[in-house]
Design a protein around this ligand. Structure first.
Ligand code: CO8
Length: 384
């Protein structure tokens, strides 16, 4: 019997769904400013008496300077920009209608399957990995499996921003163990549903998108051979977690049963951004350097890093720690200027959009990092 660890596995296709609507920093700052100014006006007496502090206004220029983000896509824009609402309008759907996360997953999956030269009926495993799921059950992955007409099994999983790389590891394990033959990993991130658009520290960070990958045993791959997207052999996967409260969202199934009052800001995304920046960067440098060492690859031999897309300076610092110098956009492509932080989808969007120019034999690293803390790296080599 072939040992599972010697079975070669490849990424044979990727897909991306980008929502139709986009919000610029200027639009976002204007809507939050209107909300803050009204709040300060309503509390003018207390502010004048010094019993409460005025709320600070957002600054459009700060956003791009601090993060590298210029705009973000969202599933629904008018609700996010409405100072009376500050969250998307997502019409309630009946049980007979396709759910919104399944709906955004299907185009991304179909694109990935087309690249892989596969039909939906070839799929025998679907893993949904994303930072927030629209319901407890039935699993969104099973709904997608049904809508695709796929066989096998499906499940949902959540490791926040690292959900895609952790899903890829699960797919690779299933293929090596022989429990699946053609796995779809899909990351439907509707971050606008659980971002906090009411606080200037958080309102600009996230955007919506969905990515998909098809992963198969290398010997089974039919896409190719020499197609512009290439077959990408997985040389190694490595995951790590380390507990931290610096990125949290306490929304959950037990909220209704909890005795005691919660601050409503605890039930959406919140973080201590500076601490995350300081603590996660060295963690990721150590992780990638260690993983490359285990696989026997010099960092300088890596042609491209498709890093998690949260903050431009963070990515430059991480790549500098690994390479010894700040990389150019060709070595570590940036998509967060246009997409913002799309949680688990970010590094896969970078891989999807910036890999066709690489040549057979070129090496790359897909790497995610975020809440948990969690870090995941996938080392790949272009095969054709
Ligand atoms: N406009 C004007 N001023 C602002 C704004 C704004 N929009 N935002 C903050 N400021 C102010 C602050 O209030 C602060 O003011 P003061 O000095 O008076 O207190 C000042 O600017 C400086 O603020 P910071 O110190 O916070 O600024 P930084 O330079 O640290 O930049 C960043 C903030 C950009 C957030 C930066 O810290 C960062 O990117 N850190 C890394 C964060 C990160 O990678 N997090 C990972 C999160 S992703 C994840 O894992 C969660 C997945 C779940 C998905 C959730 C979807 C909703």
């Amino acid at each position: 019997m072939v040992s599972p660890s010697t079975v070669s596995v490849s990424i044979t296709g990727t897909g991306l769904f980008t929502p139709a609507e986009s919000i610029s920093n200027a639009e976002l700052a204007a809507s939050l400013s209107a909300s803050v100014e009204r709040w300060n006006g309503e509390h003018a007496d207390e502010i004048a008496a010094g019993t409460i502090a005025p709320r600070d206004l957002p600054d459009e220029a700060f956003i791009e300077k601090a993060s590298g983000i210029a705009s973000r896509y969202v599933m629904e824009k008018s609700g996010v920009l409405d100072p009376d609402r500050m969250r998307p309008h997502l019409p309630l759907r009946s049980e007979d209608e396709l759910g919104i996360q399944a709906e955004m997953s299907l185009p991304a999956i179909h694109e990935a399957l087309e690249q892989a030269g596969r039909r939906p009926s070839d799929v025998d495993a679907v893993i949904v990995g994303c930072s927030n799921l629209q319901r407890a059950y039935p699993a969104v992955a099973i709904e997608i499996q049904n809508a695709l007409g796929a066989g096998g099994w499906a499940f949902d999983m959540n490791v926040a921003c690292s959900s895609a790389t952790f899903s890829i590891q699960n797919a690779v394990d299933a293929l090596r163990n022989g429990t699946a033959n053609c796995v779809v990993v899909v990351n439907p991130e509707i971050t606008s549903g659980h971002n906090n658009f009411e606080l200037r520290d958080h309102h600009f960070i996230f955007g919506d998108a969905c990515t998909a990958l098809v992963i198969e045993r290398t010997d089974d791959a039919v896409a190719d051979r020499g197609g512009s997207h290439g077959r990408w052999d997985v040389l190694g996967t490595k995951l790590a977690t380390q507990f931290s409260n610096n990125i949290r969202n306490d929304f959950g199934f037990l909220n209704g049963s909890e005795d005691g009052e919660r601050d409503e800001h605890e039930l959406v995304f919140r973080q201590n951004g500076q601490s995350v920046f300081k603590e996660v960067c060295p963690l990721v440098v150590k992780h990638i350097t260690g993983h490359l060492g285990e696989v026997g690859i010099e960092a300088t031999d890596v042609r491209r890093f498709w890093l998690h897309q949260a903050n431009l300076k963070m990515n430059q610092l991480i790549a500098k720690g690994v390479l010894g110098r700040i990389p150019d956009a060709d070595e570590a492509p940036v998509i967060l200027d246009q997409y913002a932080n799309t949680s688990s989808a970010g590094s896969v969007i970078a891989f999807h959009r910036h890999r066709d120019d690489l040549e057979a034999g070129d090496l790359g690293v897909i790497c995610s990092f975020g809440a948990g803390y969690s870090v995941g790296s996938i080392i790949v080599r272009r095969a054709n």
